[in-house]
Design a protein around this ligand. Structure first.
Ligand code: TRP
Length: 469
């Protein structure tokens, strides 16, 4: 697959503004880095639980539609901005705007992204910490043969203990800072080459196990038979927001990675490939989890704890379960780790470029601030679980700090960032430049352009307005 030279080139290129700018030397290196960012907790942790909370099939359909008509076109637009600008996201936006004699304020679009990435990472790291702690739980054999009640109690025990959560959150954040501080080293890229396929295989294995529970059909129809009567307008917003979240869109990550992409690589094909792999992992996770949910009479709408209460049950019952369980949580940690790195990177790059700090200092600064904010998310799972800071507004009733961070980023900041990207590329950049950059044959360019100009912005705007009123 990937040559080791390409990894080295790719990773040194990503390591910061001060490094000599190069290109990914193979298309695969870009695909791996982008997939590493896209595939994460969003696919395995978040997708199943929001699908469960929002009633299944109809929600999944809307989500797939959002990936197709909003996600993929915006991913192409972001990668293109990055490649054309050739700098960090904020500066790429500025350069492109100046080239077309537009306001340089467009660069603040990427600024929203940097803020969003900071907020996301603060709670992402807390969940990453859950995954780290479950590596130990699975390895110690505590899960074998346990009932749903015991497994639920292990999970509640973790959430109820701020001290434990803090340790795991700190460990996860430290892992993330370690890689970012050293620049993305060749080791990580190489690890992704092995770990992503391994995660895929293990998910397939879990799906195989799920088929033996006798509830696979029920799960498949829950996931794929749409019942529109159970679809709320909030669910549509959640599906849209999740399309952005899961593809790492709306905050410049794809711009940053695209800025190292060689001119002769097809942006459309690579974006499509990354999106397909990301969606594939999410659907597999759903097919692995819901049969276990139904077979054990669990609640599909159990919320953020869903995978931590279902998969351990499966591991507890299958032969060599402790081994597979440990392996699974190790891979989950890796998936989360490669995503977390891509969340910290833009802020660190910006601090380096704008504030002239060196990489170590900017990583320590940004990482510690994020870690500190993470503590609020930890407390909102236990001590502050009844505290809803914006509870006076009906829309935020009962939402804890953790819920608010998730809601604000996924449902507001990311779609807003994506909307602005679509408007900028679709309505402000010169059409000729886009044609040159994408070099799509036949009707494909027209299709992409039309969707990006009309469908994407209108869809995002409608969902927004609908939810505000
Ligand atoms: N896509 C990752 C996931 O699904 C999360 C993530 C990484 C992300 N980088 C991002 C989300 C940038 C939004 C923007 O777990």
């Amino acid at each position: 697959m990937t040559q080791s030279t390409s990894n080295a080139a790719a990773t040194s290129a990503v390591s910061g503004a001060s490094a000599k700018r190069g290109f990914w030397s193979s298309r695969m290196a870009f695909v791996l880095a982008a997939t590493g960012s896209a595939v994460g907790l969003g696919n395995i942790w978040k997708f199943p639980y929001i699908t469960g909370e929002n009633g299944g099939g109809a929600f999944v359909l809307v989500y797939l539609l959002c990936i197709a008509v909003v996600g993929i076109p915006i991913m192409m637009a972001e990668v293109m901005i990055g490649r054309r600008g050739g700098r960090s996201p904020i500066n790429s936006m500025r350069i492109l705007a100046e080239r077309d004699r537009l306001s340089s304020r467009w660069k603040w679009l990427a600024g929203v992204g940097v803020l969003a990435s900071f907020l996301i990472l603060s709670f992402y790291s807390v969940i990453g910490g859950w995954a780290v702690s479950y590596v130990g739980t699975a390895a110690s054999g505590q899960l074998s043969g346990q009932s749903a009640e015991v497994i639920g109690a292990i999970f509640s025990g973790l959430l109820g203990d701020p001290g434990k959560l803090l340790i795991w959150h700190s460990l996860f954040m430290a892992l993330t800072m370690l890689v970012v501080a050293r620049g993305l080293r060749g080791g990580l890229e190489r690890a992704v080459t092995i770990l992503m396929p391994a995660l895929f295989v293990l998910l397939l294995l879990l799906v195989g196990y799920a088929m033996t529970t006798g509830h696979f059909g029920q799960a498949a129809s829950f996931l794929f038979r749409p019942d529109f009567s159970s679809l709320t307008t909030e669910a549509v917003l959640v599906a849209l927001g999740h399309a952005f979240f899961t593809l790492s869109l709306g905050m410049g990550v794809m711009m940053a990675y695209g800025s190292y992409l060689n001119k002769n690589v097809s942006i459309a094909k690579t974006s499509l490939l990354v999106s397909l792999m990301d969606t594939g992992v999410a659907l597999l996770a759903g097919l692995a989890i819901f049969p276990i949910v139904f077979a054990n009479g669990l609640e599909p709408g159990a919320g953020p704890g869903l995978i931590f209460q279902t998969l351990p049950l499966a591991f507890g019952q299958m032969p060599l379960g402790s081994l597979f369980g440990t392996l699974f949580f190790v891979l989950l940690v890796f998936a989360a780790w490669t995503s977390a790195i891509s969340l910290l990177e833009p802020l660190v790059e910006w601090l380096e470029e704008q504030k002239g700090m060196n990489r170590l200092v900017s990583t320590l600064g940004a990482g510690s601030l994020c870690w500190l904010l993470g503590i609020a998310s930890i407390l909102s799972l236990n001590e502050w679980s009844g505290f809803a800071p914006l509870g006076m507004f009906a829309a935020f009733e009962g939402k804890t700090v953790f819920d608010l961070l998730d809601y604000l980023t996924a449902n507001i900041l990311l779609p807003l960032g994506g909307l602005l990207v679509a408007v900028f590329v679709g309505w402000f950049m010169a059409r000729q430049a886009l044609e040159n950059e994408l070099s799509l044959r036949g009707p494909w360019f027209g299709l992409w352009y039309g969707v990006l100009r009309y469908v994407t912005p209108v869809a995002v705007a409608i969902v927004f307005i609908y939810n505000l009123v």
